[in-house]
Structure formats: structure tokens, C-alpha cells
Design a protein around this ligand. Sequence first.
Ligand SMILES: Cc1cc2nc3c(=O)[nH]c(=O)nc-3n(C[C@H](O)[C@H](O)[C@H](O)COP(=O)(O)OP(=O)(O)OC[C@H]3O[C@@H](n4cnc5c(N)ncnc54)[C@H](O)[C@@H]3O)c2cc1C
Length: 506
Amino acid sequence: MTTLVWFKRDLRTTDHAVLAEAAARGPVLPLYIVEPELWALPDASGRQWAFVAECLEALQQELAALGMPLVVRIGDAVEVLSELVPTQNIDLILSHEETGNAWTYARDLRVAEWARSAGVTWRETQSAGVVRRLKTRDGWAARREARMRQPQVEAPAVLAPLAIEAGTIPSAKDLKLSDQCPERQKGGRNEALSLLGSFLTSRGQTYRKAMSSPLDGEWACSRLSPHLAFGTLSSREAVQASAARKAEVKGTRAGWTGAMQSFQARLAWRDHFMQKLEDEPRIETHALHSAYETLRPREPDPVRLAAWEAGETGLPFVDACMRYLTATGWLNFRMRSMLMAVASYHLWLDWRATGAVLARRFTDYEPGIHWSQSQMQSGTTGMNTVRIYNPVKQGHDQDPTGVFTRRWVPELNAVPGEFLQEPWRWDEAGSILGRGYPEPVVDVKAAAKVAREKVWAVRRGDAFRTEAAEVVRKHASRKDGPRHFVNDREPKRTRRKPNSQLSLDL
Ligand SMILES: Cc1cc2nc3c(=O)[nH]c(=O)nc-3n(C[C@H](O)[C@H](O)[C@H](O)COP(=O)(O)OP(=O)(O)OC[C@H]3O[C@@H](n4cnc5c(N)ncnc54)[C@H](O)[C@@H]3O)c2cc1C
């Protein structure tokens, strides 16, 4: 009998427990299902697919070298599986657990029901540190760490060839995905290993200091996010490689120890945020604290939304970041937070609409991180710091020379440095604003003040606090874990109560 290995967001052969288990059992049919309905969702985009397609090509070669190339089929998962299972003598389907969006969750339920009725076993294995059916967050971090310490699983030495047509990997155009991203990161296992290697040996040295700058962060951050999202590298591989590097650099004073600690903290955050969506899938569609459900109009102001989406808000640093993201498919954490915060506070747009825009723009879209972070940066969780970034201040802090802003907003080239982040204050602003570059869509300080008052008004009262305490109980990290998250800062020893924090970045 043959085991079918269903590849999802785990596009590798090394440290792939499912593939190893299947190979030990006998013949293996390695399958990837291209699901057009999934790729037509509002959070999917051409850049994501183009990245995945490159990963699939690489995986096809890896598997072919072992003896059995990847089989690719296009269509509905239940239909594809119902056709393959009887014709290929399959008695067992194995895959990794997927913490995906509501659509993949519903699809998995359908597949499970079909498998039961078809009399075939479908067994899912835990992926990374996310625990399915977790009862309590107490002890979660220790469980994750134990898992990260487990030895990596070697790729099978050989796979028996099966007589089955491999199928073709469709292009983005075939899937009717037209999104362009000229400077997108490339997919594939070799790319992932090369990024990991260069980060651990050279690029990562200034990670801690450089990560918040959109210019320096492009180089100093690991850039592993799309690879972790689609599994060309397992998070255990990243955790163990950075632990080895940390041990190697112990005692040196060149910044490496701190860099490795910060990197490992973020890898832990990854699982921490994904665990939230695993525990509560409605985070994708509902405010974590119900008091915020109707805080902002569900129908976002179309003019403001369009301006933000196009990088035409008239707020130079916001526009520069959005245009950079559009062109590259990546942005550092601090600037993702700022884009979301400006949309949610200054422009008062609902996080579901803006979250979908950002999801499509991120090559590394990972539903668990994305929707948890989108809510956190929009102040709808009831338990995190409400941080209203001032985009003018961020521009000065993170782009002090203005080189990033000028590169992505060339309309402002004539504006002197002093006024670059606030061109409306320049005497000659009339020559530019409204003539090639827009007037600011809002008054930054006034809009932040109004938003602060509206958010603050919701945070009063016993009912608010009772529900906030419940959110903390269910989702907050514990003392033994990655601790409370104050945006991109390292956890500090002394911290105010999680549900009483509100800061205005004026
Ligand atoms: C609104 C918003 C949406 C986001 N959406 C995504 C998303 O869809 N996919 C995604 O991978 N990341 C997302 N992030 C988190 C973070 O910005 C990216 O992981 C990071 O910028 C990716 O770059 P890197 O791989 O160089 O990160 P590094 O700094 O090198 O970090 C290494 C890895 O740790 C994880 N990580 C880093 N920062 C965080 C964080 N704050 N929370 C959780 N995990 C983290 C990622 O897997 C990352 O690849 C989002 C952040 C915000 C504010």
C-alpha cells in the first residue's frame, strides 16, 4: 500500500517528520494540491503564488533526486484526493497540521469528513510549536522549547518511483493572479539556506540595532519570513542554527549574542501568535475584545482606504513604506506596525479591510501572525499597549537622512530635508502639494488625539475589564514564555498591567 504525503505549508524534505514516516512505511506519493478557490480569496496574491511556485519547482527537484518527483494537481482537495486514493492504492494520508485561514480550516473539515466516509485514514502531525486543542497557555512555552530542542528529522535516503504523471505547476496568470512585485524574494530551499547562512555569519551582526530602520533592516533582518511561512525551512532548523551560532560567539563582544537572543525571541513570537489563531480562528474576522467590534465603521472610508493602499496619503513616510512594500513584498516589523496603526487610528479604517490589503502585499503572509498582529496594532485585543505611532516622528527617527523617503516618493525631491516629513510646513509647499503629491489626508496630531479619546472611552468600565482579563487568560504569554509584547521591543522586567496601556507617539 502507498502513503500519500499532502504537502501544504511545509515545502521541504529535511526536518519533515511526515515524509520520513511515510518513507519508512513503504511507497510514497508526494502531493501538492493547487486550490484555485484558495488563491482567489481576498488575502491571496500573485506574489505569494509566484513564491510558492518557485518553492514547488525546488521541491520537485529535491524529491526527484530521492526517486519520486512531486505530483501536482489543480482543483478541489476532496475531488483530487477522491480520485487519487482508489487509483493509487493509498491507505493512509499524512500531512502537517495547518494553522491557516478560515477557508483552509473549513476545507480541512471537509477533507476529514470525506476521509471518514471513504474509509481512508488521514493523520495530521504537529507542525512547529503550535499545539492543536491546547487547553491552557500555562506551560506552553516550555512545551514549545522542548519541541524545538528535539533532533531534526533527516530526509529519506530514497523514495520508490511510482507510475503517475507529475502534472504541471500553473503560473500566476493561469490562476488569474495579476499582482506584480518586481523586487520580490525568491522561493526555494536553497534560497532559504543561503539567507539563513548569510544572516548567521554576517548580516545578523547589527540585527538588534538595525531592525527598525526600513533601510538597514532590509539587510540586517533575516528575511526568512516567506520561507518559514511556506516551510522551505522549518522553524526548528532556524532555532537550532541560531542556538549553535549563539554558542559559537559566546564571550565575543561583537553584538552577536544579543542579535541571536533577539532573533530567537522572534521565532518564539511566531509560534506564540500562530497559537492565538489556532486557539481562536475568529481572530481573522472578529475583534478579540468584543467592545472593539464596532469601534470603527465596518465600511471603511473609500477615499482614505484608496489613498493608504496606493501610498498617496500625503504623509511622506507612510507613502514611502507602502510603495516599498508594494514593490518588494516585504517590510520590517516596525514599519508594518506603523502602516497598520496609521490606517487604524489616524485614518480610522477597520482592520479587516486594511489587513486584507497588507496580507496580499506580503509575500510572507502567515494568517496566524498576520491577523493577531493586525488586531494588536489596531488596539482591538483589549490586552496590548495601544500604540499610536506618529508617522512624522517615525520618518525622522527611522529615516534621518531622508534617503528612503526620497527614493520612494520622488515627487518630494525638491523639498528641503527639514520639511521632508511635513512638506505642508514648507513655504513653497504650494508648488508640490496638490500638484503631483497630495495634501495630507488628515492632520496627524488632531487625528491621533480623536482616535485616542475614542479608544480610551471604550476601555472604561467593569465589563470591559472582565472580558479583557479573559482575553489575557486565554492568549497572553506567561512568565516562562516570550512575555508580553510591546510592539517590536524586547520584553522589559518591569511592565505596566497589560490592559491599562495606552501610548501616543507624538
Ligand atoms: C500588521 C502586521 C502584520 C504582519 N504580518 C505578518 C505575516 O503575514 N507574516 C509574517 O511572517 N510576519 C508578519 N508580521 C511580523 C513581522 O513583521 C515579520 O515576521 C518580519 O518583518 C519578517 O521579516 P524577517 O523574516 O526578516 O524577520 P526577523 O526579524 O528576521 O524575524 C525572524 C522570524 O521571526 C518571526 N517574527 C518576527 N517578528 C515577528 C513578530 N512581531 N510577530 C510574530 N513573528 C515574528 C517571523 O517568522 C520572522 O521571519 C506582521 C507584523 C505586523 C505588525
